[in-house]
Design a protein around this ligand. Structure first.
Ligand code: FCX
Length: 436
C-alpha cells in the first residue's frame, strides 16, 4: 500500500516499546481522579484514555499530531489548482505522524482508487432503503452493508493472531476511505436528486473533488471547500462520542466497518454532529421570524433568548472541552471572508458571533459560550448550492472516518485490550461514603 503500510510498520517497534516503557515507568501514577459528580456527569475532564492521532487544547483547539489547523492548511499537500489541504494527506499524517510528500499522496490515491469499486451488494442494500429515511441512518446501514468486505473479520475467523490485526485494520480502513465518498454521494443523489447518479472518477480526481463531482457539483471553489471541510472535521481527540464509540466497539475486536457504523450513529445525535443540520434550521427559522426586519444585535438577542426560554440549546455554540472560539470555526470564517463576504446568511452568522456569546454568558449555565465547528459549515454549503441540511452530517461522517480509523489501527497495533470501565450503583456510592 503506497509506502503507507511500510512507513507505519517501520514505526511500530519503537512505538510499542515506548508504550511499554511508559506503562512500566508510570503505570502506577495517577492520571487524574474521578469524582462522584464526574461519574454522573458524562466523565467530563476525566483523564482515562490515551489517543495518539490528535489532542484538543481547551484554548488553542485541535492539533493533528501536534500541528494546528493553520499549520495543516499550510503544510499538507494540495490538489492541482487547489489551495486547501487534501484529507488523504491528513490520514497519512494522523497514521504516521509525518507530513506526506506529493508523491506519497499520489501513490496513496492510486491505492484508494484500486479499492474504490462499490460491491453490488452495497448498492442493492442502499437502494432497498426508504427514500425518506434520514441520510445518517442510510449512511450507517450502508457502512454495515460494506462489512462483508472486511479482511479483519475474515482473518479473525481463520485464527490469525491478534498481533497482526493492525494490518487488516489498515486494509479495511483503506477500503472504507476509498468507498465512503461514493456511498455518501449515492445517498445524496437518491434522497434529493431523483436517483440519478454520476460515476466515480477516483483514478483522476482527489477524494474531495471526486466526491463533489459525484454529488453533482462542478466548481473548483466548492472542491476546495470540501477539502477544507473533510480535513477539519476528521478528528477531535479520543473522548468525543463518535471517536470514542469507534474505539469502544473496536476494542471488542469488531472490525473497522462495525466500529465506524457505531461512531456514525453517535455522530447522528443533535448534541454532536447533527448540530450542523440544526444550526441551519435554526438560522432559517430566525430569518423567517425576522421577516422584513433587518437583523441587528437587538432583535437577534431577543430571538436567542426566545430559543433559550423555550428550553432549547442554541446549536453550534458551546463545547465540552473547548473554552474559546473553535479554530475550526475560524478557518471556515476565513474561507467565507475570501469567497462569500457579501452573502446575507454569512453576514447573519457573523452578527450572531457578536450576539450569542453574550446571551449565553448572561444565561449563566454554559461553560463555553463560544461557537464550535457546526456554527459555520451549513451557511457555506448552502451558498454553493448544497441546500439539503438533512444531509450535512453525512459530510461530517465521511470526514470523521479519517481520524478514528487511523486511531483504531494504532489501537490494534498497540494491542489495546477490550474497554471495560467499572460502574457502580447509586446505593453503592451511598454505602461507600456514608461513614466517611
Ligand atoms: N445553548 C443552550 N444551553 C447550553 C448550550 C447552548 N449552546 N451549551 C451548553 N448548554 C447548557 C447545557 O445544556 C447544560 O445545561 P443543563 O445543566 O441544564 O444540563 C449547561 O449549559 C452546562 O453545559 P456545559 O457543561 O457547558 O456543556 P456540555 O459539556 O454538557 O455540552 C455541548 C457540550 C456541545 C453538548 C453543549 O454545549 C451543547 O448542547 N451545544 C449545542 C449543540 C452543539 O452545538 N453541539 C455540537 C458540538 C460539537 F462541536 C460537535 O460535536 O460537533
Amino acid at each position: 500500500t503506497s509506502g503507507l503500510k511500510g512507513i507505519f510498520a517501520a514505526k511500530l517497534p519503537a512505538a510499542i516499546e515506548e508504550v511499554k516503557e511508559v506503562r512500566a515507568k508510570y503505570g502506577d501514577k495517577q492520571l487524574g481522579t474521578c469524582t462522584v459528580a464526574q461519574a454522573y456527569g458524562g466523565m467530563r475532564g476525566v483523564k482515562a484514555m490515551t489517543y495518539e492521532t490528535s489532542h484538543l487544547d481547551t484554548v488553542d483547539g485541535i492539533r493533528f499530531r501536534g500541528y494546528t489547523l493553520p499549520e495543516c492548511q499550510e503544510l499538507l499537500p494540495k490538489a492541482k489548482g487547489g489551495s486547501e489541504p487534501m484529507p488523504e494527506g491528513l490520514f497519512w499524517l494522523l497514521l504516521t505522524g509525518e507530513i506526506p510528500t506529493d508523491k506519497q499522496i499520489d501513490a496513496l490515491r492510486s491505492d484508494l482508487a484500486a479499492r474504490a469499486k462499490l460491491p453490488q451488494t452495497v448498492i442493492d442494500a442502499i437502494d432497498a432503503l426508504p427514500l425518506d429515511m434520514h441520510p445518517m441512518s442510510q449512511f450507517s446501514v450502508a457502512i454495515l452493508a460494506m462489512q462483508q468486505q472486511s479482511v479483519m473479520a475474515q482473518e479473525y475467523a481463520m485464527g490469525t493472531p491478534k498481533s497482526m490485526f493492525w494490518e487488516h485494520c489498515l486494509e479495511d480502513s483503506l477500503i472504507i476511505l476509498a468507498q465512503l465518498p461514493e456511498v455518501a454521494a449515492r445517498i445524496y443523489r437518491r434522497s434529493f436528486k431523483g436517483g440519478t447518479y454520476i460515476p466515480s472518477n477516483a483514478g483522476e480526481l482527489d477524494m474531495s473533488a471526486n466526491f463533489a463531482r459525484m454529488m453533482g457539483f462542478d466548481d473548483p471553489v466548492f472542491d476546495d471547500l470540501m477539502r477544507l471541510y473533510l480535513t477539519i472535521h476528521a478528528d477531535h481527540e479520543g473522548g468525543n462520542v463518535s471517536a470514542h464509540a469507534v474505539r469502544l466497539v473496536g476494542s471488542a475486536l469488531s472490525d473497522p466497518f462495525l466500529s465506524l457504523s457505531a461512531g456514525i450513529n453517535g455522530l447522528a445525535g443533535p448534541l454532536h454532529g447533527l448540530a450542523n443540520q440544526e444550526v441551519l434550521r435554526w438560522i432559517m427559522n430566525l430569518m423567517a421570524k425576522l421577516g422584513d426586519k433587518v437583523p441587528d444585535k437587538e432583535n437577534l438577542t431577543e430571538l436567542c433568548w426566545e430559543t433559550l426560554n423555550s428550553g432549547q440549546v442554541i446549536p453550534g455554540y458551546g463545547h465540552a472541552v473547548l473554552r474559546k472560539t473553535d479554530p475550526r470555526y475560524t478557518c471556515q470564517r476565513e474561507f467565507a471572508l475570501k469567497h462569500l463576504p457579501d452573502d446575507e446568511m454569512f453576514k447573519l452568522v457573523s452578527l450572531l458571533y457578536e450576539v450569542v456569546p453574550k446571551v449565553l454568558s448572561e444565561h449563566g449555565k454554559v461553560k463555553n459560550p463560544w461557537p464550535n465547528v457546526d456554527a459555520h459549515s451549513g451557511v457555506m454549503l448552502r451558498y454553493f448550492g448544497l441546500t439539503e441540511e438533512l444531509y450535512y452530517t453525512v459530510l461530517f461522517g465521511v470526514s470523521r472516518a479519517i481520524g478514528p480509523l487511523a486511531s483504531l489501527i494504532w489501537d490494534r497495533a498497540l494491542g489495546l485490550p477490550i474497554e471495560r470501565p467499572k460502574s457502580v450503583t447509586t446505593s453503592w456510592i451511598k454505602n461507600h461514603f456514608e461513614n466517611e
